[in-house]
Design a protein around this ligand. Structure first.
Ligand code: SAH
Ligand code: SF4
Length: 399
């Protein structure tokens, strides 16, 4: 193990090595990993089945100080935004999104096929979850278990500069370490309400996960480790603006098992480059080749995210171009009416336009969902995860 691997980012095997120098035994490694990752107990003094001497030697690592929650806000729909602070004072946000509530408790996220704009939670599972696991409102005894999706950040700010995105406008401050990414989930899990269970994680908070590949990949290994949080890798989705070499790397490193979401937002290069500068480096043809090469397991699909920005990418012509571009690819499409951000005059189309766009995709045979804006009232929705309290470096008014 490289000595620089921080405690919360260590695998049990790496803990074996780390504990050796502290006088611990090999079997203590699994115990430590389980306390940390399985139970979110980060204070070594509370790891009661470890020898006292070992606990004392682990305590100075101060793992519980990796991040702390500086602020927590709850939206009317129970979405919770946690503002978390790193040891160096840098702050990012992570969001807990409970499943959609129905009359008898929480029900599976419905498909937004009939146009109700309140449909379709942010969960990336959508109908794939239902095929395999039954409904979101699974029951444990009498009370339903509410499945929660957590959205996590991978960078402080983002260098990609997409014009509709608050994180992009803020610019990149630094990468998060794998420990800081994992700690968001440990903290999120510790903030669940009674009856909730963390089942899905989406890398859709602040930052571009594949621009911080090593930390993202390490965090994926930790979060899906069977002795830890043990998320199913198909319930973990990495969202990217389209970093082609790293998409290939992710596919290779995880055998295609980790969910992949592509922020497409346009079906021609001019429009896409205007919205997302990354398209200059990896234009659509290259990106589509990377998606075709992604080693997706049978019956799984890549999620295509398409943020609808009024007057930019929302016409029927663009919907038809999208139909053509995606032909032959195993995809489902999430349409996201743009959440207005302070730094831009861009905004979402009228709902009638969103529905018209959706209809074209549905009629062409695609699964197409309108993603409900969760937690709007606490600025927790996608793209609003700006650095609270910090003014954006630039104001973008490119409408
Ligand atoms: N950097 C990664 C992951 C974080 S962004 C990516 O771009 O995929 C998560 C999603 O939110 C992306 O699809 C992004 O395009 C979208 N998004 C960003 N700002 C938005 C906004 N203002 N309104 C709606 N969606 C937005
Ligand atoms: Fe970065 Fe994603 Fe925002 Fe683009 S949409 S600026 S890649 S966080």
């Amino acid at each position: 193990m490289s000595p620089s691997v921080p405690p919360l980012a260590r695998t049990p095997e790496e803990w074996v090595e780390a504990l050796e120098s502290l006088g611990g035994r090999a079997f203590h490694a699994r115990q430590v990993f389980r306390w940390l990752q399985g139970r979110s107990v980060l204070d070594a003094r509370r790891m009661t089945d470890l020898p006292t001497s070992l606990r004392e030697k682990l305590a100075p690592l101060e793992m519980e100080r990796t991040i702390d929650v500086a602020d927590e806000r709850r939206a009317a729909d129970d979405t919770r935004k946690l503002l978390v602070r790193m040891r160096d004072g840098a702050r990012v946000e992570t969001v807990l999104i409970p499943g959609v509530t129905g009359p008898k408790g929480r029900l599976p996220s419905p498909v937004a096929s009939d146009g109700d704009p309140t449909f379709a939670a942010m969960e990336q599972g959508d109908e794939d979850d239902l095929e395999d696991d039954g409904p979101t409102g699974e029951t444990k005894g009498a009370s339903p278990v509410i499945r929660v999706t957590q959205c996590i950040s991978t960078q402080v700010g983002c260098a990609q500069g997409c014009v509709f995105c608050a994180s992009g406008v803020a610019g990149l401050k630094r990468n998060l370490g794998a420990d800081e990414i994992v700690a968001q989930v440990l903290t999120g899990r510790a903030h669940l309400d009674e009856g909730e269970r963390l089942t899905n994680v989406v890398y859709m908070g602040m930052g571009e996960p594949l621009a911080n590949y090593e930390a993202t990949a390490r965090s994926l290994r930790i979060l899906t480790h069977p002795d830890g949080i043990a998320l199913s890798s198909r319930r973990v989705t990495v969202s990217t603006s389209g970093l082609v070499p790293e998409i290939a790397r992710l596919g290779q490193d995880f055998g295609g098992k980790v969910g992949l979401a592509i922020s497409l937002h346009a079906a021609d290069d001019d429009t896409r480059t205007h919205l997302m500068p990354i398209n200059r480096k990896y234009p659509l043809a290259t990106l589509m080749d990377a998606l075709r090469a992604y080693p997706l397991p049978p019956r799984r699909r890549i999620t295509i995210e398409y943020t609808l920005v009024a007057g930019k990418n929302d016409t029927a012509l663009e919907a038809r171009k999208l139909v053509k571009l995606l032909r032959g690819l195993p995809v489902k499409v999430n349409l996201i009416p743009m959440n207005p951000i302070e730094a831009s005059t861009l905004g979402p189309p009228e709902m009638s336009g969103v529905l018209g766009f959706q209809r074209i995709l549905c009629e062409a045979g695609y699964s197409c969902f309108i993603r409900r804006r969760r937690g709007d009232d606490v600025a927790a929705a996608c793209g609003q995860l700006a650095l609270l309290g910090a003014k954006p470096k630039v104001r973008v008014n490119r409408a």
